[in-house]
Design a protein around this ligand. Structure first.
Ligand code: PLP
Length: 400
């Protein structure tokens, strides 16, 4: 018998496990609305034209495969901070931003979590309830204590704004508050600009450290600037913050693992020291990041004609999701005009948070072959418009 025989089976990942179950279903009606990955209307994965063009440029210039520095590709780090804060932002000019290229959103969050564990020991991280499930794994594995703040109000299918503020006020001073930059996952509910103002007030009063998770910049509204509004607003108010970025969705670079962890700080000396410690953390975790996707992103962001084309493609992807969202809404109303379905079109980004309970989700899957996460979230990115009517009748049936 193996000396590791005592090791128990780990539970399947609640999001990626959905795809595994989907693969075992042979029905023609099956729909995989679990993972948040963009698909075309024919359910094909989509490689952006700008990505293909950037790769062509890379082949032509015969780039080598030497190690990157620990902090990643310089051109990428410059581009990514600019994309986040806007070109020519004073924090960038004053070298107050420490940026480390890391392994997409997840790896960047993990480096940030390790940094918190090392340099802000004893601080609690506050996560929205609900949040993207992996946030909990990331902070737990980094040995950082986390709690939740109220975020979602079931009754209004909207933001639990008062509850959120109360919880952030009640949190010990100097806590870390994880905020979704835009298109909150899984709810699709974002604070309004006015509400962001009140959140920033509390963060400032309590000396909390905001930790933005920006996984959908440009993908939510189709505009990179609009989707970066919240972290830019905090930067405008000179609130020090951490920001994790991902290029999985907006550049469709899921498997290339392109992202960054940024620290927007009060002065350049602190930024330099913080970067050095992040390099120390990355060195022990994975040594240095992969180069291919970082080159793609830096070429797309750095060349005006490709940048313009990227914006168009992102607008196209965001537009398809908005269209299918509207189609689903129309079908739901047709199916059951007595229920208020307006939350579907109010929600932002890739997902719709349906309000289906775990047993109702079970019905969606067992009876209707619709695969989705247990929390009632569906990814509209995986819904072709010709399946919207089927999905609507499955949802209406499951609510019965
Ligand atoms: N943060 C949120 C809220 C997400 O939804 C995701 C992806 O689903 C990520 C971070 C990180 O994804 P990745 O590691 O692919 O960049």
């Amino acid at each position: 018998e193996s000396r590791l025989a005592f090791v128990e089976q780990a539970p399947p990942d609640p999001i990626l496990g959905v795809s595994e179950a989907f693969k075992r279903d042979t029905s023609d009606d099956r729909l995989n609305l679990g993972v948040g990955a963009y698909r075309t209307n024919d359910l094909k994965p989509y490689v952006l034209n700008v990505v293909k063009k950037a790769e062509k440029i890379m082949i032509e210039s015969e780039e080598n495969k030497e190690y990157l520095p620990i902090e990643g590709l310089a051109a990428f780090n410059k581009a990514t901070a600019q994309l986040l804060l806007g070109e020519g932002h004073p924090a960038i000019k004053e070298e107050r931003v420490a940026t480390l290229q890391s392994l997409s959103g997840t790896g960047s969050l993990r480096v940030g979590a390790d940094f918190i564990g090392k340099f802000l020991p004893g601080r609690t991280v506050y996560l929205s309830n609900p949040t993207w499930g992996n946030h909990k794994n990331i902070f737990t594995d980094a040995g950082v204590e986390w709690k939740e703040y109220r975020y979602f109000d079931k009754a209004t299918v909207g933001l639990a704004f008062e509850g959120m503020l109360e919880d952030l006020k009640a949190a010990p001073e100097g806590s870390i508050v994880v905020l979704h930059g835009c298109a909150h996952n899984p709810t699709g509910v974002d604070p309004t600009r006015e509400q962001w103002g009140a959140i920033a007030d509390v963060v400032e009063q309590k000396g909390h450290m905001p930790f933005f998770d920006v996984a959908y910049q440009g993908f939510a509204s189709g505009s990179l600037d609009d989707d970066a509004w919240a972290p830019r607003f905090f930067a405008e108010r000179s609130i020090e913050m951490m920001v994790a970025q991902s290029y999985s969705k907006n550049l469709g670079l899921y498997a290339e693992r392109v992202g960054a962890i940024n620290y927007v700080l009060a002065d350049a000396a602190a930024a330099k020291r913080v970067l050095s410690q992040n390099k120390r953390i990355a060195r022990a975790l994975y040594s240095n990041p992969p180069v291919h996707g970082a080159r793609i992103a830096s070429i797309v962001v750095g060349r005006p004609e490709l940048f313009a084309e990227w914006n168009e493609e992102m607008g196209m992807m965001a537009g398809r999701i908005k269209d299918v969202r509207q189609t689903l809404y129309d079908e739901l109303v047709k199916n059951n005009p007595d229920k208020d379905w307006s939350f579907v079109t109010r929600q932002i980004g890739m997902f719709s948070f349906t309000g289906l309970s775990p047993p109702q989700v079970e019905n969606m899957t067992q009876k209707h072959h619709v695969y989705m996460t247990k929390d009632g979230r569906i990814s509209l990115a995986g819904l072709p418009s010709n399946k919207a009517a089927n999905l609507a009748s499955a949802i209406v049936d499951s609510f019965k």
